[in-house]
Design a binder for this molecule. Structure first.
Ligand code: PRX
Length: 516
């Protein structure tokens, strides 16, 4: 069976209607019919209260939200941005937008006004779904700046709530073509533009479902916890769509990382499968004990290298972590370990069935195409084309393969930063810093960090009249936090007099790494 036939065979796991589909029929509707009382979501909020949704209840709320969108006359294929914490409305609206035939664009909650505006602008947002607290981050001129933005839905507004309650609880999913975009994830790049919307089609679910079964080993009976926010690809794919398609119960913890709370959450909810990032696994190390894993069948990790030391630490506690590799652009898992596979410390495993990946000039390349592969980058056709060399997709990740076919991650080929598994474009941080009156020139790089993999470091040449003080460093750090995002600001700043440059005047970032 060739790869094409392989994926065609996997179509049987997903609902099609005469070659068309809407993935929400597979993710929600089919389980609401067959298994109405099965829990789909269990949310635990910051204040410790809990809210549960069965598949039937989830279907009802998704339908009411989709009907509400129609009541606003929101056309199909609208780009509907979701800017919310890990609240039920984030998940319900994500599903409702896709069911209504539009494109869901989830955003991480930490973005501040510049980061937020840029994404809404780049994505020609038609609608924004957010809450009272987060709307404060929108700039005053947002509606002027973003001409397409017609509706802002505030989920904790009383009027909205009343209208939502009155909506009908039935909604027929709008059928789409396989390659139609279901959702779009804004991600950072180091080429062309620092930030652009990666389009993932409905058809991707074939592969997302299959890989959730194979790599995460997800079954309906599982209590599953994906720790990523839906604004990142992992949170959208393996935190919403794939596990719902399988029909298991998803546990969501609203609170941010805290080792003790996480371990309690694992035990209290009898989590059997967990998908997380190496940074979290490193941060859990001082607290976690063998008995905490009693109920766990599988832990998989993604987003950054799972180093040997982390893998070995957990192996000694009796659990072999399944390191997995993919990208926003690939739309689903590509290279991975699986629970049944022999694992090698420090290796991210082998190409999954249906995937043909190899290494050329040190870089991982993947034979196109596969069901979840991005179908485009919104308004950046040229950038999209640059990902391909004839029949091959270029990942920009450097790796090696051993004689048994295991892949070992080495580094990024470009200077994209990965901190706590989150992808950060140095260009985006540089452009924020340049807006500060003290900054004449800046270059941002990632430097190794024992816990977070990398942290952001900014080198800065100051304008005349500004002094190189610690106070100014603090000010510049909060400037990025306040304008761009609380989660990704330079934790280190170094003032320098002059940048090392090429003859053409380009800063040589490689040399900065060695600057003392
Ligand atoms: O550099 C690779 C790294 O994360 C990048 C993709 O980031 P993003 O699009 O945010 O998606 C993250 C989750 C799918 C890759 O190009 N990366 C991802 N997984 C691994 C990894 N680096 C090392 N080991 C991994 N397992």
């Amino acid at each position: 069976m060739n790869n094409k036939e392989f994926w065609e065979d996997k179509e049987k796991d997903i609902i099609f209607q005469a070659n068309k589909l809407n993935i929400i029929e597979s993710c929600v509707d089919r389980h609401a019919k067959k298994n109405p009382n099965k829990l789909a979501f269990v949310f635990e909020f910051e204040n410790k209260s809990i809210k549960k949704y069965t598949y039937k209840e989830l279907e009802k709320e998704v339908n009411q939200f989709a009907n509400y969108l129609n009541s606003l006359k929101i056309k199909k294929n609208s780009r509907i941005f979701l800017f919310l914490p890990k609240l039920p409305e984030m998940y319900i609206a994500f599903l409702a937008v896709i069911k209504q035939g539009s494109i869901a664009v989830p955003l991480f909650e930490a973005f501040q006004s510049e980061g937020l505006d840029l994404r809404l602008q780049r994505g020609d947002a038609d609608v924004l779904i957010t809450n009272k607290e987060l709307t404060k981050r929108l700039s005053k001129e947002v509606k002027k700046k973003i001409k397409t933005l017609k509706n802002i839905i505030i989920i904790d507004d009383q009027d909205f709530k009343k209208k939502l309650e009155k909506q009908k609880t039935e909604f027929k999913a709008v059928l789409k073509n396989k390659k139609d975009t279901a959702f779009m994830i804004f991600t950072s790049s180091t080429a062309g533009t620092p930030i652009a919307g990666i389009q993932i089609p409905h058809y991707a679910l074939i592969q997302q479902h299959f890989t959730a079964k194979l790599v995460l080993d997800l079954k309906q009976k599982d209590n599953y916890w994906c720790t990523a926010h839906p604004g990142w690809i992992t949170g959208a794919v393996y935190g919403i769509l794939a596990p719902l398609s399988i029909g298991c119960t998803n546990f969501i913890l609203e609170a941010h990382f805290d080792a003790k709370k996480w371990i309690e959450f694992l035990k209290r909810n009898k989590i059997s499968v967990m998908y997380t990032a190496p940074t979290a696994l490193r941060m859990l190390k001082p607290e976690i004990k063998k008995e905490d894993f009693k109920g766990i069948r599988n832990i998989a990790s993604v987003g950054e290298a799972l180093t040997s030391s982390v893998f070995d630490f957990y192996k000694n506690l009796g659990i072999e972590i399944n390191d997995s590799y993919w990208q926003t652009e690939t739309g689903a898992l590509m290279i991975s370990n699986t629970p049944l596979m022999k694992k090698k410390s420090g290796s991210m495993g082998k190409p999954l069935p249906g995937i043909n990946a190899t290494i050329k000039d040190g870089m991982i390349i993947i034979k196109k195409s596969w069901p979840a592969m991005m179908t485009g980058i919104y308004k950046h056709e040229k950038m999209y084309k640059e990902y391909f060399n004839k029949k091959w997709f270029k990942t920009n990740d450097l790796a090696r393969i051993d004689n048994e076919g295991y892949f070992f991650f080495e580094a990024r080929k470009d200077d994209m930063i990965k901190s706590s598994g989150e992808r950060i474009s140095p260009i985006e941080i540089e452009s924020i810093l340049m807006k500060h009156k003290a900054v004449k020139e800046t270059a941002v790089i990632g430097i190794p960090d024992e816990i977070k993999g990398q942290i952001i470091k900014a080198f800065i040449v100051l304008n005349k009249g500004f002094e190189e003080t610690n106070q100014l460093k603090e000010e510049l750090m909060s400037f990025v936090k306040q304008n761009y995002a609380g989660h990704s600001y330079p934790k280190q700043i170094q003032f320098i007099k002059e940048f090392p440059k090429t003859n053409s005047g380009k800063i040589i970032k490689m040399e900065l790494k060695n600057l003392k």
